[in-house]
Design a protein. Structure first.
Length: 254
């Protein structure tokens, strides 16, 4: 049986139960909208919803790709230079513990109230998992493998490209999947602070009018975008790590 059958069946069952319960118990529309009304809203207001969805997607992706570039670079520097890691890594951990929403007013003053604010919040939320996982992954290379490369007189470049980086890829991909959702969280948090564009602003404004139908429609679009991007990322991961499962199986047999 297809592995996607049970999640799909569970999702359909949940929607049917939701619709039936809303009708049976006469749940007010301003509390919880019915799935049928949410679907109708997605079709009726598709132009407004999808234009705002593209705006949110742009903010999240800009922050996400910046987080990938900075996160991988900082992780590499920390492993390459142990002094830099000992000096700065604790501050990254402390900064990560600060709720980003508390820094949003400062970011608003620094970069203004539009696209840059939301992209920067997306970056700030998503960069730390990548830094931590890249540092851990690049440090996870087995010592015996490093010794073999040393005996073969491999260059430092070969050690990083052919050994350390491949061993770090499982760590990196896990952090990329975590950071993907966090980038949307940061972008939408920015849209709550400055509700002028994006799905977050649509949810924020709709809440004043108790318009849960539009709120749920926007949430459905956010979830759909994140899930689609996660599926694409998992496909890339499977292609990039085609060797990893086989190595793990051989090591287990030994």
């Amino acid at each position: 049986m297809n592995k996607n059958f049970f999640p799909l069946f569970g999702g359909i069952a949940l929607v049917v139960i939701w619709e039936a319960a809303a009708v049976l118990f006469s749940v007010p529309e301003y509390l919880v909208s019915r799935p049928s009304r949410i679907l109708f809203e997605l079709l009726l207001s598709r132009q407004e919803l999808f234009s705002n969805a593209l705006y949110t997607l742009g903010e999240a992706m800009l922050g996400y790709f910046l987080a990938i570039i900075i996160g991988l670079s900082v992780g590499f520097i920390f492993v390459k230079n142990n002094g830099a890691k000992k000096t700065f890594f604790p501050y990254f951990i402390i900064f990560q513990s600060i709720p980003v929403i508390t820094l949003a007013p400062l970011v608003l003053i620094w970069v203004g109230s539009d696209f840059a604010l939301k992209a920067l919040l997306a970056f700030m939320l998503s960069v730390f998992p990548i830094i931590v996982s890249t540092t851990a992954g690049l440090s996870s290379t087995p010592e015996n493998c490093l010794e073999v490369f040393k005996l073969m007189n491999a260059s430092e470049k070969d050690v990083w490209v052919k050994l350390r980086f491949p061993f770090a890829l499982p760590f990196i991909f896990q952090s990329l999947k975590i950071s993907l959702g966090l980038s949307f969280t940061g972008a939408i948090a920015g849209e709550f602070i400055v509700p002028n564009h994006g799905l977050g602003s649509l949810v924020f404004v709709s809440s004043y009018y108790l318009n849960t139908t539009t709120m749920f429609a926007a949430i459905v679009l956010v979830v759909s975008m994140v899930m689609a991007l996660l599926l694409a990322l998992e496909k890339i991961e499977r292609k990039a790590l085609f060797w990893h499962e086989g190595i793990g199986r051989k090591m287990h047999e030994l």
